[in-house]
Design a protein around this ligand. Structure first.
Ligand SMILES: [Zn+2]
Length: 554
């Protein structure tokens, strides 16, 4: 496209770039192929190892690419009209670029809950994810192709001719798909059957589909009436014998994985403080989901991992409401990105309530801040209370920002959110330091109530929401669809501590709980365990799911 143009003065020549001119349907076709080949490495990396390393296998991969390009071409042809085609293509490139970054850098997969997380995140979480590599990626995969689209000159036919061209493409596409299906039907059906995750991997359909569903309100049920549950809840007869005020604290952990938890036999002692305390460790606990947006509502819900439905959860009461029905005041303190609807109907206190300059700075508090200024609320709670503390825990990728410097025990660390630039060892060190700090935070809550033994008979339960991938099999962070998620994302630590007064007043035999803790359990147990710990009777209560009340004497 370099041409020599003669300027008005005959003696001088000027070199200019003339713009490339393309017919509209060419732009659509080229655009489709650019997406299929340039933005779908995660898809090809997933499929390639599953096909035989033969000519037939390679042919199938080519057929797969042709299939995707054919479908996408027809879609892009449908929007190939003046004033719409270029803005739409630019929108696609600019939106695909960050998605492509997270998929290739962190191995994430785009599905309903990932899109939901993206929309419900906060600025701190976004800030953690931004890095030089991210900006470069945006320039390369977003801005550059968009600039090319701007630059190229497009010719448009008359409406009649345009429709004709579109029809030709449609017929050609149908013929291509029928032919591909005839030639590769077995391979196609087995690939789609055995790799259900494929639909979450295809850019741009994956994020467009789930974002469209999200924005159209398919996952949003605010207009649905509230489903009340456990309205028959009341304090069990044991409360007649109780003399000391009773409090249970639930610490909802963030991104702590069972495999790196010292108490679970990890080679490093990441739980030095808890191991000095008389706690009960639950060594085998499965999470309900692999993201906060799923796990947190699910663990408090009476729905189980097997039948959990996120949209139902948004307008259905949970165990905190049931405790409320029994007359127990419940408080939620959040140091994470929100309670995901779980605290909608109970008292919740923002960061400003527990802000303390000793552990808070620049809009951010370390998790141990959450016990600060708690006495005021406790003093007004009466003789019974449940408190939920929602941690920031080990939320990635900026693990190094999750703990004060004093907890930097394992070094070298990874001081960036761009994990790919760090060694696996540095990532593990940083993550383990964040667990060391969580150990300190949990132990701190226990000590806080040990110091108030004369006022309260207390118990503390810690349960992480989901685990994390630290680069194993090139996977980072969390949020994998559950059925293909690795154990590191679905196995979480859980710890409980019952003060002597609590054991005595609530008539719970901790030796029995220690035995309970040896059997495998899941986040499904939290609903019933909280009712059991607080001795609340309701028809919803299932004793076999309760890890504590089942050990009540008499
Ligand atoms: Zn989480």
């Amino acid at each position: 496209v370099l041409t020599t143009a003669t300027s008005s003065t005959p003696d001088t020549h000027r070199v200019t770039f003339s713009r490339l001119t393309l017919p509209h349907h060419w732009l659509a076709t080229v655009g489709a192929w650019v997406f299929v080949l340039g933005y779908n490495q995660p898809l090809w990396q997933r499929i390639s190892p599953t096909v035989p390393d033969t000519f037939q296998g390679t042919l199938f991969l080519a057929a797969f690419a042709l299939f995707l390009a054919t479908v996408l071409t027809v879609l892009l042809q449908s929007i190939a009209i003046p004033k719409l085609q270029k803005p739409m293509l630019i929108f696609l490139f600019m939106s695909a670029a960050p998605i492509h970054f997270f998929m290739t850098h962190y191995g994430v997969i785009i599905d309903k809950s990932m899109v939901q997380n993206a929309f419900e995140t906060d600025t701190a979480e976004v800030h953690d994810l931004l890095s030089g590599a991210f900006i470069l990626h945006l320039l390369l995969f977003g801005v550059l192709p968009s600039a090319l689209v701007c630059w190229v000159r497009i010719t448009y036919p008359t409406l009649k001719k345009g429709l004709l061209i579109w029809l030709v493409y449609l017929i050609a596409a149908i013929i291509t798909i029928v032919a591909l299906n005839a030639g590769f039907s077995k391979s196609f059906s087995s690939t789609f059957r055995n790799h259900r995750e494929i639909r979450h991997l295809i850019i741009p359909s994956n994020y467009l589909y789930y974002t469209g569903r999200y924005l159209s309100g398919a996952y949003d049920v605010q207009n649905q009436p509230l489903q009340r549950i456990g309205e028959d809840a009341k304090l069990a007869p044991i409360w007649d014998r109780i003399q000391k005020p009773i409090v249970t604290v639930v610490i909802v952990g963030e991104t702590a994985r069972a495999a790196n938890f010292g108490l679970n036999g990890y080679e490093r002692n990441t739980t030095p403080e808890l191991s000095q305390l008389p706690i009960i460790n639950f060594g085998s606990v499965e999470s309900c989901g692999t993201s906060t947006a799923v796990s947190v509502p699910c663990m408090f819900s009476d729905m189980t991992h097997a039948n959990y439905d996120g949209s139902t959860a948004t307008h259905r009461e949970n165990v905190l409401d049931v405790l409320g029905h029994a007359g127990i005041p419940v408080l939620w303190r959040d140091n994470n990105s929100g309670c995901k609807g779980v605290c909608d109907r109970i008292t919740s206190q923002p960061q400003s309530t527990y802000w303390d300059d000793s552990v808070c700075k620049d809009d951010h508090c370390f998790d141990e801040a959450m016990t600060h200024h708690l006495d005021t609320w406790l003093a007004n709670a009466g003789d019974k209370a449940v408190i939920v503390l929602h941690q920031q825990g080990s939320h990635g990728p900026a693990y190094y920002q999750r703990y004060p410097k004093a907890f930097e025990q394992f070094t070298p660390i990874c001081e960036t959110g761009d994990l790919k630039t760090c060694s696996p060892e540095a990532i593990r060190n940083t993550y383990d330091n964040s667990l060391l700090y969580t150990d300190h935070v949990i132990a701190n809550v226990i000590r806080y109530f040990q110091e108030r033994n004369d006022q309260w008979a207390s118990s503390v339960v810690y349960l992480s929401d989901h685990g994390e991938s630290l680069g194993e099999n090139n996977m980072y962070l969390h949020g994998m669809p559950y059925f293909i998620a690795p154990d590191t994302q679905t196995h979480v630590p859980m710890v409980a501590w019952l003060s002597d007064a609590f054991q005595q007043q609530m008539e719970i035999d901790t030796n029995c709980v220690q035995q309970q803790a040896k059997t495998a359990t899941s986040q499904d147990a939290l609903f019933h365990s909280l009712l059991g710990l607080m001795a609340v009777d309701t028809h919803l209560y299932q004793k076999d799911q309760d890890r504590f009340g089942v050990c009540r004497r008499g």
